[in-house]
Design a protein around this ligand. Structure first.
Ligand code: ZN
Length: 238
C-alpha cells in the first residue's frame, strides 16, 4: 500500500513521506480502510525499493482499500469515475500542503481538533465508512492519480496557484519539439534525461528529455529545485 493511517493522529501518511521523519514507529500505522495493522517497509533513503506499507494479517472483509487494487487495474482500461468519487485516497480532489505534522501525546484522549482527517468507523466491524475524495498533503498522490487513471482526467483538482480545475488541464506535458514559453503555472511533466542532476549548495538542476533539438543536440527543459532554504530533515531525506 502507498499510504496508511497514523494510529495516533489518524492522518493518512504517504509511505514516501516517512523518509522525512527522524524516527519511524513500526507499530504506529494501520490500513486506512479496516484498521488492520500496517508495517512501514523500505522507508530508509538508501532503500532502492519504493517505500510502502505491508499487512501481515488480511484486510477485514469489505475493506475499501483492498478493493482499490481492482479499481486501479480497471482504471487503466476505462473510466472508474464512480469508484474514484467514493474512494478517499485514489484520486485526491485538492492539494493541501501541511508545514508541520501534528504531534500528539499518545497518553491524551483524542479530540477532533487533534486530527486532520477524522475517522468515522463502524464500532462493530472496525471498517471505516466511505468518505469522498480527500485532499492530498503532497503532490505525489496527485501525480499517481494522473498516471493511473487516464480516462478520468476530467475529475476536479484544486492546486493552490494553478488556475485550471481538472486533472486534464492542471497537468501539461513538456514536448520535445521546441522550448516554448509557459507563462501560466501548471504541473509540468516530462521524461527525465539520462544525465545526472547537477548539485550546488543553492539548487539542484534536473534536465528533462524534452526541449529543443538543433543539429542533434538537445537544449533541455530543466527543473531547478531551490533547496538552500530547506529544513535539515527534508534535505537529508531521513
Ligand atoms: Zn484494509
Amino acid at each position: 500500500m502507498d499510504n496508511a493511517r497514523d494510529r495516533i493522529t489518524q492522518e493518512i501518511v504517504e509511505a514516501e513521506d516517512l523518509k522525512l521523519l527522524a524516527a519511524v514507529d513500526t507499530y504506529g500505522y494501520q490500513c486506512p480502510g479496516c484498521q488492520t495493522q500496517a508495517f512501514p517497509r523500505s522507508y530508509r533513503p538508501e532503500n532502492l525499493v519504493r517505500a510502502h506499507f505491508q499487512l501481515r494479517d488480511p484486510h477485514v472483509s469489505g475493506c475499501e482499500v483492498e478493493g482499490e487494487t481492482k479499481v486501479i487495474a480497471q482504471g487503466k482500461r476505462g473510466s472508474v469515475q464512480q469508484e474514484l468519487e467514493t474512494s478517499p485516497g485514489l484520486s485526491p480532489a485538492r492539494l493541501q500542503l501541511i508545514e508541520d505534522r501534528t504531534i500528539v501525546d499518545p497518553a491524551l484522549p483524542h479530540t477532533e481538533s487533534q486530527t486532520q482527517s477524522v475517522r468515522r468507523s463502524d464500532g462493530a466491524t472496525g471498517l471505516v465508512r466511505r468518505e469522498g475524495r480527500r485532499a492530498a498533503n503532497s503532490i505525489r498522490p496527485i501525480c499517481r492519480a494522473f498516471l493511473r487513471f487516464p480516462f478520468d482526467r476530467h475529475l476536479s483538482l484544486a492546486i493552490p496557484g494553478i488556475a485550471p480545475t481538472t486533472y486534464q488541464t492542471a497537468f501539461k506535458k513538456l514536448r520535445s519539439k521546441e522550448l516554448e514559453p509557459c507563462p501560466n503555472a501548471r504541473v509540468f511533466y516530462g521524461e527525465l534525461a539520462w544525465t545526472p542532476a547537477a548539485e550546488s549548495p543553492e539548487h539542484l538542476t534536473i534536465s528533462l528529455n524534452a526541449g529543443e533539438w538543433e543539429e542533434k543536440k538537445l537544449t533541455p527543459y530543466q527543473a531547478v529545485v531551490l533547496w538552500r532554504e530547506w529544513s535539515a530533515a527534508a534535505g537529508a531525506g531521513d
